[in-house]
Ligand binder design. Structure first.
Ligand SMILES: *Cc1c(COP(=O)(O)O)cnc(C)c1O
Length: 386
C-alpha cells in the first residue's frame, strides 16, 4: 500500500472523499440506494455487503488513518468487536485477553464466547510474562486495550506485536481511547485495529458506529462474518461519521491539551487523592505511553479525598455532565462502579484497582478555566456537605 505521505489533518479532510461529478459539490455526495446495477467488474453493491459507495469511501479514510489496507464500518463499536473476534476464531481456539476490558467486550467473552466453545484466559498483569504465560498451543488471538478503561493502564504495543509474531498469533487492539490521532498500533506490528466510532471518531455524542482496520488478508474472513451478522451502519450515518472525522485531529489535539492541564490541576488539588492520566510522569505507564502515543488523550480518572461523597460531587457539577458515554466535545464524568463496571463483583473491582469513589473524566474542548471553576465549586459544596 502507499506510504503515509500526507499529514494527519490532510488525510482526515481529503482521503476517501467521493467526487460529485454532476454538481461538483464540496463534500461527498450521499448515496442512499440499497439497490445497484451490477457493474462491469460485477461488484454486488448492497449495504449489508459493506460495499456501498459511502461505506467504501469511509473505509478508505479509516484504513489510511490506521495505516492499514482495508477497513469496514459497523453500526456500533461492539458490532466491530464481536465481528472481528468471531471472524477470526473458531470453536476450540483460545484467546488471551488483557484483564481490564471494556465492559461490553468482557460480557461478550464471559457470556457468549464460552457458549460457542471458544476458550479464553485473562493476562494477570501488563508485562510480557503475563501474556506469554497464558499462551497455549491453540491460542489464535491476543486482544488488548491501551489506554484501558477506566484506569488508563498502558500496555507496551511493541511487546505485544513481537510476542504475537513470535508465536504466530493474531494481535488485536481496541484503539478507541487513544483514537488514531494519538496512537497508530500498526507502527508496532498490531494486526487488527478496532474502534468504537461512537467515541472520538464521531466526537459529538450523536453517532453510534464502529470500525475495523486490518490487512486485505485478515479482512476477508472478517468481511465474510460481517455479511452474515449484518451489523452495517446506515448510509446516512456513514456520511455523518465521515464529516465528523474531518475535524477529529483538531478536536483530539485540543482534548489532549485540556486533559493534560486538568490532570495537573487535579493532581495539585487538596481535595483530590489520586489522578490516573498517562501524561503525568508519576503514572506507571508514562514512559511507554511517551514511546507509543503521539498525545496522551482526553480520558482520565481521579479519586476524591476519602470522606468526600463522589456521587454528591458529580451532582453539583454544572458544566460537566454526568454521562454514560465519552469522547464528545463536551466534558463528562461517570462513576465506573455505578455504570460500566457495575456488573463486576466488589472483589473483581478491587483486583482491578477500581475504588468506589473513582470518577472517570472525559475532557472536552471547552475552556480549561471554566472546567476548573466548575470542579472548584462542586468540591466546595461537597466539602460542606456532611
Ligand atoms: C464504547 C466502547 C466500546 C463499545 O462501543 P459501542 O459503540 O458503544 O458499541 C468498545 N470499546 C471501548 C473502549 C469503548 O469505549
Amino acid at each position: 500500500m502507499e506510504p503515509r505521505i500526507q499529514g494527519l489533518n490532510t488525510h482526515l479532510v481529503h482521503t476517501g472523499e467521493l467526487e460529485d461529478p454532476l454538481y461538483h459539490g464540496a463534500v461527498s455526495p450521499l448515496y442512499l440506494s440499497t439497490s445497484y446495477a451490477f457493474d462491469e467488474v460485477d461488484i454486488k453493491r448492497y449495504p449489508r455487503n459493506f460495499n456501498t459507495p459511502n461505506q467504501e469511501a469511509l473505509g478508505h479514510k479509516i484504513a489510511a488513518l490506521e495505516n492499514k489496507e482495508a477497513a469496514l464500518i459497523f453500526g456500533s463499536g461492539m458490532a466491530a468487536v464481536s465481528t472481528a473476534i468471531m471472524g477470526l476464531v473458531s470453536s476450540g481456539d483460545h484467546i488471551v485477553f488483557q484483564d481490564d476490558l471494556y465492559g461490553g467486550t468482557r460480557n461478550l467473552a464471559l457470556a457468549d464466547l464460552r457458549r460457542f466453545g471458544i476458550e479464553f484466559s485473562m493476562a494477570k498483569g501488563l508485562e510480557i510474562k503475563d501474556f506469554e504465560s497464558e499462551i497455549r498451543p491453540n491460542t489464535k488471538l491476543i486482544y488488548v486495550e491501551t489506554p484501558s478503561n477506566p484506569l488508563l493502564k498502558i500496555i507496551d504495543l511493541d511487546m505485544i506485536g513481537r510476542l504475537a509474531k513470535k508465536h504466530g498469533i493474531i494481535s488485536m487492539i481496541d484503539n478507541t481511547f487513544a483514537s488514531p490521532v494519538n496512537q497508530v498500533p500498526d507502527e508496532f506490528g498490531i494486526d487488527v485495529v478496532i474502534h468504537s466510532a461512537t467515541k472520538y471518531m464521531g466526537g459529538h455524542s450523536d453517532i453510534s458506529a464502529g470500525a475495523i482496520a486490518t490487512s486485505n488478508e485478515l479482512i476477508a474472513p472478517i468481511w465474510s462474518m460481517a455479511k452474515s451478522l449484518g451489523g452495517n451502519l446506515s448510509e446516512m450515518t456513514v456520511w455523518l461519521l465521515e464529516r465528523s472525522i474531518k475535524t477529529m485531529g483538531l478536536r483530539v489535539h485540543r482534548q489532549n491539551e485540556n486533559a493534560l492541564a486538568m490532570a495537573h490541576f487535579l493532581s495539585a488539588h487538596h481535595a483530590i487523592d489520586r489522578v490516573y492520566y498517562p501524561g503525568l510522569v508519576e503514572h506507571p505507564g508514562h514512559e511507554i505511553a511517551k514511546k507509543q502515543m503521539k498525545g496522551f488523550g482526553g480520558m482520565m480518572s481521579f479519586e476524591l479525598r476519602s470522606g468526600l461523597d463522589a456521587r454528591f460531587f458529580q451532582q453539583q457539577l454544572k458544566l460537566i455532565k454526568p454521562s454514560m458515554s465519552l469522547a464528545g466535545v463536551e466534558s463528562t464524568v461517570l462513576s465506573p462502579t455505578m455504570t460500566s463496571h457495575h456488573s463486576l463483583t466488589l472483589e473483581e473491582r478491587k483486583n482491578q484497582g477500581i475504588s468506589e469513589g473513582l470518577i472517570r473524566f472525559s475532557v472536552g474542548i471547552e475552556e480549561v478555566s471554566d472546567l476548573q471553576r466548575d470542579i472548584e465549586q462542586a468540591i466546595a459544596k461537597t466539602e460542606n456537605h456532611g
